[in-house]
Design a protein around this ligand. Structure first.
Ligand code: SF4
Length: 214
């Protein structure tokens, strides 16, 4: 495993990410906090593009927990059946919608513990929602961030929690809010899984990965 990059290198990396894209945005479409929770829950083991394709029509008719319950599980399945694990995800969305109505007045709670108590919402989903909706510097580590963190030395760790902690501990505080999106977009489009595009990488000279491509 590569070593953790030192502070001044981390500063320079995030200065470059910021210069290249000052306001990075997530790619999951949503219209409010509730639809963000649903979109993130649906995105497990699926692409954002695939989820967006399904949710565009869904959120036009069900953008609140009440409306989702009115649509019902069978109606929801019809909208999301192009997404992997759709049956289990539909069950979870209906259950979490019922809990939001009964326990939270139809609102989405903004604590990690409350979010994680919802069916189908794990630590990663909770962190995405806290970051994207409440602008809290939570770090949701997915497969892209795990790969970038470990290859480059930005956030090495043997599992997602270790990588999450490495980001929290080592990313300069003024870059922490957007770190999640910079890293996810970098992993999705540049530091890709099979053959990273090191020739197009703006942190190539700082990255510790030993098998850089030309
Ligand atoms: S230089 Fe290559 S391995 Fe390192 S972060 Fe950039 S794309 Fe990834």
């Amino acid at each position: 495993m590569v070593k953790q990059l030192p502070f001044m290198t981390m500063r320079e990396i995030f200065r470059r990410f910021h210069q290249a894209e000052p306001e990075p945005k997530g790619e999951l479409e949503h219209v409010n906090a509730y639809t963000l929770v649903v979109a993130v829950a649906l995105s497990a083991q699926a692409t954002d593009a695939g989820v967006n394709k399904a949710t565009r029509a869904l959120f036009q008719i069900a953008d609140t927990p009440d409306k989702m319950l009115a649509l019902g599980e069978a109606g929801l399945v019809e909208h999301i059946k192009t997404i992997g694990l759709f049956r289990q995800k539909a069950k979870n969305v209906i259950k979490l919608s019922r809990i939001l109505v009964e326990d939270y007045g139809g609102e989405v709670p903004n604590s990690r513990a409350a979010l994680q108590s919802l069916p189908g919402v794990g630590r990663k989903t909770a962190n995405v929602v806290l970051n994207m909706w409440w602008h809290y510097p939570a770090q949701a580590v997915d497969t892209h961030i795990f790969r970038v963190g470990n290859r480059s030395g930005i956030a090495p760790g043997k599992d997602v929690v270790a990588v999450e902690r490495a980001i929290e501990d080592n990313v300069p505080a003024d870059y922490a809010l957007h770190a999640h999106h910079w890293l996810i977009l970098h992993g999705r489009y540049i530091c890709v899984a099979r053959k990273p595009k090191c020739g197009a990488c703006i942190i190539r000279d700082l990255c510790l990965f030993e098998e850089k491509t030309l």
